[in-house]
Design a protein around this ligand. Structure first.
Ligand SMILES: C[S@@+](CC[C@H](N)C(=O)[O-])C[C@H]1O[C@@H](n2cnc3c(N)ncnc32)[C@H](O)[C@@H]1O
Length: 296
């Protein structure tokens, strides 16, 4: 009798994984990304205005972004932050992402029009966007489809500042990614990365930030094949790879969970995380500005 026995490969994997430590509380709806159109248009900018402010707070004392060429890795569903960078005086933004075509939807253009109306007349948007043709002026905003964690076939143009928000925790290989980022930087240029190392809402849990580290590694790798879950790399991996790529830290800030959260979880953690010191394990966000001392 079949009864409740799952018959599909995914069903078998789901019921098997539910018996493994930590996996039972994994939300069914793992990381369903927020889409632009779900928020009222005036709220869609909040996240990116905050990102611009963060970026400027790190870079202000160290580089002049006005008139420079910058490169954003992983802008997401819109060009919101690239447009804010242009409004802040950047000359050209090169955007790289492994997905294309989502940034020219009706919703995306409704969002861009809101910013145009809000910042007019201080910004001459005709220089950047042709709203009727729905195109961007390539002198100022270009997009290139690139998977940054694979060998770069045609390296894009180099930039004075290479930056990303909430991207490096999604790449499949941090060493390959950081090596590639070095090929996008000018010697003496800068890189800024903000990395979200928490659980991305994957757990129904009172300790949502780190509980995803209890899932055994082979199970996590299996889930990763079908869902955009994070790579679970911890802060010391990012620091080591940045340093190996010739990046010298200029400013680093981290956010960490309380130590009692770590103590309560430690014995349940997957073996690769169990023996990490609290100052490594507890870090759930890394924000780093680094100088490129040896462009590759
Ligand atoms: C979580 S979203 C963040 C989007 C945006 N930066 C933000 O903060 O709203 C991650 C972005 O990184 C891109 N991304 C993830 N892995 C990538 C890779 N290996 N190469 C290029 N882009 C990647 C995704 O397509 C997506 O646009």
């Amino acid at each position: 009798m079949m009864g409740d026995t799952p018959t599909t490969g995914a069903g078998v994997a789901r019921s098997a994984s539910a018996m493994l430590p930590g996996v039972a509380r994994l939300k069914k709806r793992l990381s369903k990304g927020e889409q632009v159109g779900y928020l009222p248009v005036e709220r869609r900018w909040d996240r990116y205005e905050q990102q611009l402010e963060t970026l400027l707070s790190f870079t202000r004392e160290h580089l002049v972004i006005e008139g420079s060429t910058v490169l954003e890795l992983g802008p997401g569903d819109t060009f919101c932050l690239p447009l804010l960078m242009l409004a802040a005086g950047v000359r050209r933004v090169i955007c790289l992402d492994r997905f294309d075509q989502v940034r020219v939807t009706d919703d995306a253009f409704e969002t861009y029009a809101y910013l145009r109306d809000k910042l007019r007349p201080s910004v001459d948007w005709n220089r950047y966007i042709d709203f009727s043709a729905r195109t961007f002026n390539p002198d100022h905003l270009v997009f290139q489809r690139v998977s940054i964690d694979e060998p770069l076939l045609v390296p894009p143009q180099r930039a004075n500042l290479v930056y990303s928000f909430d991207v490096l925790e999604h790449v499949r290989s941090v060493p390959m990614t950081v090596q590639n980022l070095g090929k996008l930087s000018l010697d003496g240029g800068f890189q800024f990365h903000s990395v979200d190392m928490a659980g991305h809402g994957s757990f129904e849990s009172p300790r949502p930030e780190l509980e995803f580290l209890t899932v055994p590694e082979p199970v996590w790798q299996f889930i990763q094949r079908s869902r955009p879950v994070p790579n679970r790399e911890r802060v010391e991996t990012f620091r080591a790879e940045f340093s190996r790529a010739g990046l010298t830290t200029v400013v680093e800030k981290t956010l960490s969970v309380d130590e009692d959260q770590i103590d309560g979880l430690r014995s349940q953690l997957a073996p690769r995380f169990r023996h990490l010191p609290p100052e490594v394990l507890g870090v759930v966000r890394l924000m780093i500005l680094a100088r490129v001392t040896r462009a590759t």
